[in-house]
Design a protein around this ligand. Structure first.
Ligand code: GLN
Length: 185
């Protein structure tokens, strides 16, 4: 079975682990650089990106995590997407808490490639610039702000190590395994 590392310093680790196990793969908690060895895929969960970046530095994990994200298929959700941008693994600009502090959460069915994915948005960021080699896969219009242009909320880059998928939302909270299956495909 495939070994999927899940950054486990802070944030929504358990829900990702459940999805990985549902897909008959092994969830490997990542807390130190040694945990990044022999992974087949990597997940950076949601949480609080400022806290996560600080913990990465404190645990001396920043460099090794960036290298691993480039070496194996990687998924970042919400704060994990922000990390992928900060680590230089995805060339995108991200605006944190983009849908306003008053919008604490929403559930939505979003376009995803040719299909759909069920997602939760919780103090979600949005992607304000998509760099070269990065493809926008999903957009969302906040129903509370129907006059705004749709925001990019999902991207992918195909790197040397495979897919790097970044989403502003949480697919792991809705039971929809679409994106996790792509990560493990
Ligand atoms: N607002 C958080 C941040 O900026 C992300 C929220 C989340 O991961 N659900 O880090």
């Amino acid at each position: 079975s495939r070994r999927v590392g899940i950054l486990a310093l802070q944030g929504g680790v358990v829900e990702h682990a459940r999805m990985v196990e549902e897909l008959r793969s092994e969830a490997v908690p990542v807390r130190r650089a040694g945990d990044l060895a022999r992974l087949d895929a990597l997940i950076l969960p949601g949480g609080e990106s400022t806290a996560l970046l600080r913990l990465l530095a404190a645990f001396d994990l920043t460099r090794a995590l960036a290298d691993t994200a480039r070496a194996v298929p990687t998924l970042g959700t919400c704060a994990g997407l922000i990390l992928l941008a900060r680590l230089g693994a995805l060339d995108v600009d991200v605006e944190r808490n983009a849908f306003g502090p008053q919008v604490d959460s929403a559930e939505a069915v979003l376009p995803w490639r040719g299909g759909r994915v069920r997602a939760a948005l919780i103090r979600a960021p949005r992607i304000t610039r998509v760099g070269e080699g990065v493809e926008a896969l999903s957009t969302w219009t906040d129903p509370r702000r129907p006059d705004e242009d749709p925001s990019v909320v999902g991207v992918e880059r195909i790197g040397a190590g495979g897919r790097i998928i970044g989403v502003a939302f949480h697919p792991e909270l809705t039971g929809d395994t679409t994106i996790h299956r792509e990560l493990l495909a």
